[in-house]
Design a protein around this ligand. Structure first.
Ligand SMILES: [Zn+2]
Length: 308
């Protein structure tokens, strides 16, 4: 199987396709809860260091000689506390959610896995572990993908139909996903605002691009208060909503349990949800719904976006 990641600076350009969202929606909004806690690098799992990413420990230069118990606890807050708060905010509004799930993390919290199973939310694989896929050799990455699929079968009861690596894929990831089979899409791209097709080994492969801009990781990059985050993401939504009157849009909003799951930040998420719900012609949906809609209404045309 062959696939070469090529650079494309043109994309859809000026004339974006009409997504023809259900009920004439101007915008499809997909919220993503990243479930990573329990699969991050840790001394106990033999990684040789304690991960601090997207916690209050990050950037404090507390280089622990051995386990960083503070950072471990900040991760555990995500699955113990933040998870349930985010579930509540969506479920009490009857809103859907997509879970980017790291397989090993879900194995370590059966109660959370059961709650997801019973929620109707869709699962997208976030890898076997919350690690950097571009550091894996090909055989090792193939094994991670295999384990990620098998693990979901036992924790969630179904295999994942979507894939998203931590931060970025390797050059092999997309080809290995096609080789594994059963994936409707991946989200390992940031350079477009609508789904698009690429050709992998002669077949169509759908990319549903993701965003690190409309994301609570902004709290680890200068945004300090729930109000700042709310107004930042609300401005993005309002601009897309306005443009969506003539060119309908898609918006992904990324969330992390150990980050926006804290009450002082979750308040901004609650305001954002209420702001969106007060608008007409907004399709708040799962990621799998976007992928299935695109496959049904914009089937693979025999070549990928901007391929010769
Ligand atoms: Zn993530």
């Amino acid at each position: 199987m062959t696939y070469q990641v090529r650079r494309d600076f043109v994309g859809y350009g000026r004339n974006t396709p009409d997504p023809r969202w259900p009920n004439g929606a101007r915008i499809a909004v997909n919220f993503v809860m990243n479930y990573e806690e329990g699969s991050e690098p840790s001394i106990a799992d033999g990684d040789g260091f304690t991960e601090t990413g997207l916690t209050e420990a990050h950037g404090r230069n507390q280089v622990a000689n051995g386990r960083d118990l503070a950072a471990e606890g900040m991760f555990e807050y995500g699955s113990r506390v933040g998870f349930w708060r985010l579930m509540r905010l969506f479920q009490e509004r009857n809103l859907p959610l997509t879970v980017f799930g790291c397989a090993q993390a879900l194995e370590r919290n059966p109660e959370a896995a059961a709650a997801i199973r019973g929620s109707g939310f869709d699962m997208c694989s976030h890898g076997w572990r919350w690690i950097k896929h571009w550091e894996l050799g090909e055989a090792e990455e193939r094994e991670h993908i295999r384990r990620a699929i098998a693990s979901f079968q036992s924790t969630i009861g179904t295999r994942p139909e979507g894939w998203y690596c931590r931060y970025g894929p390797s050059e092999n990831t997309r080809r290995l996903l096609a080789e594994a089979g059963g994936f409707l899409y991946d989200s390992d791209y940031y350079g477009e605002e609508l789904p698009f097709w690429v050709t992998v080994a002669g077949s169509g492969h759908l990319v549903v691009p993701y965003s690190l801009t409309h994301n609570d990781t902004k709290f680890a990059a200068g945004v300090a208060t729930s109000e700042q985050w709310f107004s930042f993401v609300r401005d993005g939504f309002d601009m897309l909503y306005e443009e969506g009157a003539t060119q309908p849009k898609m918006m992904s909003v990324g969330l992390h349990m150990r980050l926006i799951g804290h009450p002082a930040r979750a308040a901004g998420l609650a305001r954002l949800l209420d702001h969106m719900m007060a608008r007409k012609d907004v399709w708040i949906c799962r990621r799998i719904d976007i992928a299935r809609h695109w496959i049904a209404t914009h089937p693979y045309p025999g070549r990928g976006l901007n391929e010769d």
